[in-house]
Design a protein around this ligand. Structure first.
Ligand code: ASP
Length: 596
């Protein structure tokens, strides 16, 4: 691209440029003084090159040269030359060359920095977020932003190639039931009324299908007022898409296209298709989770049959009360006795009554604190079912089946992840249940209430067991996104609301407009939403999604840079018809007098 302030990008200079006259601009990354000559790492968005400022060449006034500090923004004109013999730096793409400055100008000085800007220095995250604009200058952050941009571009390219139309949907909408708490925005024009920010563009994309669009996509910002975690933010980005005259297979093959293109773009890897698939039931039984990390085996096996006639009270008691005994073969973990006992305590922390460990010995026997309670036949059954060879560690949990699966699923991740896998394991999980029960025992939609059941009659008769046409995309044990075939029949939609305990009047009041839309020749349709933040984070090996979001919030939902969320002027509240409770004002006052 033509530039007026510089001739080259710093990070692009190579031995082939030796002899060229260049003008560069960027930041002073590092400054070293050697016998009166100043060496500066000049950094711009493309990378770093070494610049030599020799006072004898008078590239700037002596005072200016002496004042030069880290992160000053400067421009340099000079000549590219080879670094003298042993001075080349093989770790730097520009490491063979340096630029000898004939002129240097300070474009903008910098105050003393709150922290060192490089990838070696560990900085407290709150500080990094407070000075995000400096944090973004770090090469790893520049790389993450670039990866994010390339991901989104690759997504747009695929969707465009597949004939999708990019359409924006509103962000000030009516509240819709999608499982999370809504973010609300008070209306000034209609006091006491609120918009919700979209948890996803769900109903609008369905309306687009009714509107005859047939292939829609959007890089959509979504909002959910939930507690924040490593892979969750209050606002996040999805590749949202929907297609008409579509079923599950159309969605899954589109997802394969997207994943293949993005993975190729960021990792240079060609993925095989079709991606492996598990039903929700298989995932739960074999991995104890609906988002299995299948980079390693260590599957869960039901051992209840092995212990059907056991004399070991702890096990027989669990079986008698309808629970189960399951286990994993964790392989040769190389754990000492105290390490193994540590796993038992960990399982208790996670909510199990306990975890039994066994070490397979050379003679095929088992060493374990509970070995004396087990018959030879049970030991043989265990070794056989878990395919154990000498040295393998077997981990067993006996409890209510749900707890057993959950705990073994978590323990499996803890002992399996330490093996340090680097490959990418994409997986589809299909056939999710339609409903699950919440803490009060009421049915709630497992995906969302617009998801089609496989069999409507079964759903009415036995909602607890009904299977839906919902599916997830999982990568390395993270849920990358969800989707479903939608209900296009208003009668079925009404039945789902009914099972969810939403009365006809309530449904009419809240979604009457949507139920009405379904009555005008709605095409069968299906769709999905891919979490862009999570995908980029995993492909970039980032420890959490905040690393790939330019301006994220902290775990407590705050932005230390701009101070949001913040109080607003009383006048603004008055216009919105909102009053702040006196107790809250008293807390504000107390905070202020305490200097908070
Ligand atoms: N709205 C999404 C869908 O397409 C799901 C989601 O946002 O999680 O089903």
């Amino acid at each position: 691209m033509a530039q007026t302030m510089r001739t080259h990008d710093a990070g692009t200079l190579r031995a082939a440029d030796v002899g060229s006259e260049v003008t560069l601009a960027g930041w002073v990354g590092r400054r070293r003084d050697h016998g009166g000559v100043i060496f500066v790492d000049l950094r711009d968005a493309s990378g770093i090159v070494q610049v030599v400022l020799n006072p004898d060449d008078a590239p700037a006034s002596e005072q200016e040269l002496n004042s030069l500090r880290m992160e000053f923004c400067i421009s340099v004109s000079g000549t590219v030359r080879l670094r003298p013999g042993d001075m080349a730096n093989p770790d730097l793409p520009t490491g063979e060359v340096e630029v000898v400055a004939a002129e240097m100008a300070v474009l903008s000085p910098s105050e003393t920095l709150p922290f060192q800007i490089d990838d070696r220095t560990e900085v407290d995250e709150a500080k990094r977020l407070q000075y995000r604009y400096l944090d973004l200058r770090r090469p790893s952050m520049t790389a993450n932003l670039r990866a994010r941009s390339r991901t989104i571009r690759a997504m747009r390219d695929v969707m465009d190639d597949l004939g999708f139309m990019e359409i924006e949907t509103p962000t000030l909408i009516a509240s819709t039931p999608e499982g999370a708490r809504d973010m609300l925005v008070p209306s000034r024009l209609r006091e006491g009324s609120f918009y919700a920010l979209p948890q996803s563009p769900q109903l609008f994309k369905q309306l687009l299908m009714i509107g005859g669009v047939e292939r829609y996509y959007q890089i959509a910002r979504c909002y959910r007022d939930e507690d924040l975690r490593a892979d969750r933010q209050l606002e996040f980005t999805q590749l949202d898409f929907e297609g008409s005259f579509w079923g599950q297979e159309d969605v899954l093959s589109t997802l394969e296209e997207v994943s293949i293109r993005v993975t190729k773009e960021l990792r240079g890897i060609d993925l095989d298709r079709p991606f492996p698939r598990l039903t929700w039931h298989q995932a739960m039984e074999r991995y104890g989770t609906d988002k299995p990390d299948i980079r390693f085996g260590m599957e869960i096996h039901d051992l209840s049959g092995v212990f059907a006639e056991t004399g070991f009270n702890a096990f027989s008691g669990v079986l008698a009360s309808g629970g189960s005994i399951r286990g994993i073969n964790a392989g040769p973990l190389g754990l000492s006795r105290s390490g193994l006992d540590g796993l038992s305590s960990r399982a208790q922390e996670l909510g199990a009554k306990g975890l039994v460990w066994m070490v397979t010995e050379e003679d095929g026997g088992l060493r374990s604190p509970v070995a004396k309670f087990l018959s030879d036949r049970e030991m043989e059954g265990l070794v056989g079912t878990l395919g154990a060879v000498p040295g393998d560690i077997l981990l067993l949990v006996a409890d209510e089946t749900r707890t057993v699966l959950e705990i073994l699923g978590l323990i499996r991740l803890e002992v399996g992840q330490s093996e340090g896998h680097d490959e990418l394991a994409y997986l589809f999980v299909v056939d999710f249940p339609v409903f699950e029960r919440n803490e009060d025992g009421d049915f709630v939609a497992l995906h969302h209430p617009f998801t089609a059941p496989v069999d409507v009659r079964e759903m009415s008769e036995n909602p607890g067991h009904a299977i839906s046409k919902a599916y997830d995309l999982v990568l390395n044990g993270s849920e990358l996104g969800s989707g479903s075939v939608r209900i296009h029949d208003p009668e079925v939609q009404a039945k789902v609301f009914e099972t969810l305990g939403i009365s006809d009047e309530d449904a009419e009041r809240r979604f009457g407009w949507f139920l009405e839309a379904l009555r005008y020749g709605t095409p069968p349709h299906a769709g999905f939403a891919v979490g862009v933040d999570r995908l980029v984070a995993i492909l970039q090996n980032a420890p959490n999604i905040r690393e790939v979001i330019p301006f994220p919030k902290t775990q407590s939902g705050a932005d230390p840079l701009t101070g949001s969320p913040a109080r607003v002027e009383d006048e603004q509240l008055r216009e919105l018809g909102i009053e702040v409770r006196p107790e809250v004002r008293a807390e504000w006052a107390a905070g202020e007098s305490a200097g908070g």
